[in-house]
Design a protein around this ligand. Structure first.
Ligand SMILES: C[S@@+](CC[C@H](N)C(=O)[O-])C[C@H]1O[C@@H](n2cnc3c(N)ncnc32)[C@H](O)[C@@H]1O
Length: 350
């Protein structure tokens, strides 16, 4: 036994546990508006934050102390004040920032709640239906992915696809499949008013929510939502079909690929956004893949296993397996058009 290695590993696990213990703390800070109250306010005492956020002072003191010990707030012992640094604010307090991660803390809660459903499935090998999982999974997923879509979709992902942005400007027909709460669909509909967008998802409650979002964002003139499976959504002669972070969740990705091919025009494009991953596990031993493998075990694999075929590609499938599924639908050209540290943006053409 190497004592130095033991100390190092205990240190690592303590750090991990610090993150795990912080999940309810960060979510309370988010839900009660504590980060919002701190954001841009400069240094605040316990009493000042408590008054500003309308919370009890004793809880405020304990919460602020934890946040200072976490490095989330700067503490000035001489003045007895706490301040949210600008960089921390981007991650914790600014929903439109490209590195806003509050949704990931919500997702951590979902995964803990899902344990009761997924643990028995480890023995049976069966799946757990998307609609049966933790009730905040649906809003959480949307919240987790939205900042990435807001900051990348129109700015860099669509322009990376051959000729697609120009078609959308002129007026194109688009299906956004597995659209969940519809953030991706609405962002595109807002940007391209001459194009027509239909979001499809097999989860009725998500489709209802997406329709409400469309109304709130005033895009109902060129955007609507319907309940449908990826393998048989209506539509034909489409210019663009998009799948955002959902192909690997589907039971039959190859079947979905075949259906996409049927609904596209001969010169149409299928855009598949998937979690970034290398093909081999040994190349995925990093912090981002660590998060994805956990989410994959607790959400994505059970979702796929619950459906017909149950291919269970997992959230770290990599380009090799993804390309295979996409090509099997009759797509001759498959390429990675662009990527971020979290996502691959794949362009497939017949
Ligand atoms: C991880 S969520 C992504 C949602 C959304 N695209 C986003 O990026 O926020 C996966 C979505 O795929 C949907 N889904 C899974 N299997 C499906 C299938 N076979 N047909 C249609 N939708 C499916 C789920 O209901 C869920 O909304």
């Amino acid at each position: 036994m190497d004592e130095a290695k033991l100390h190092q590993f205990v240190g690592q696990v303590l750090g991990d546990l610090g993150g795990a213990f912080s999940v309810p703390m960060v979510r309370i800070g988010d839900r009660l508006g504590l980060y919002k109250a701190l954001n841009g306010a400069g240094p605040l005492t316990v009493a000042q934050l408590a008054a500003k956020a309308g919370i009890a002072e004793r809880y405020a003191r304990e919460w602020l102390s934890h946040q200072a010990a976490s490095g989330y707030l700067a503490y000035d012992p001489a003045a007895g004040t706490f301040e949210l640094p600008e960089e921390q604010a981007m991650v914790l307090a600014e929903p439109d920032s490209p590195v806003y991660l509050q949704g990931a803390f919500d997702l951590a809660t979902v995964m803990m709640e899902n344990q009761a459903l997924v643990e028995p499935a480890f023995r049976t090998g069966k799946g757990v239906g998307w609609g049966d999982q933790s009730q905040c999974l649906f809003c959480t997923t949307g919240r987790f992915f939205r900042p990435g879509y807001e900051n990348n979709l129109v700015q860099s992902w669509l322009p990376a696809l051959d000729g697609v942005a120009a078609k959308l400007e002129r007026g194109a027909d688009v299906a956004d499949v597995g659209c969940g709460h519809g953030f991706s669909t609405i962002i595109m509909a807002r940007q391209f008013p001459k194009s027509r967008f239909v979001g499809y998802d097999f989860h009725p409650a998500s489709v209802e929510q997406a329709q409400r979002h469309a109304e709130q964002h005033g895009v109902t003139a060129n955007c609507r939502f319907e309940v449908a499976l990826a393998g048989d959504y209506p539509g034909h002669d489409l210019d663009l079909v998009t799948f955002f972070d959902c192909l690997h969740d589907m039971g039959d990705p190859a079947g979905a690929a075949r259906h996409v091919r049927k609904t596209l025009k001969p010169d149409g494009t299928w855009m598949v956004v998937e979690p970034a991953a290398a093909d081999r596990l040994e190349d995925n031993l990093n912090p981002v893949s660590r998060l994805y493998y956990a989410a994959s075990t607790m959400v994505c694999v059970p979702t796929s296993l619950d459906q017909a075929v149950g291919a269970a590609l997992g959230a770290q499938a990599g380009m090799g397996k993804l390309s295979e599924a996409i090509r099997s639908g009759g797509f001759a050209s498959v390429r990675k058009a662009t990527e971020t540290p979290f996502n691959f943006i794949i362009e497939a053409r017949p």
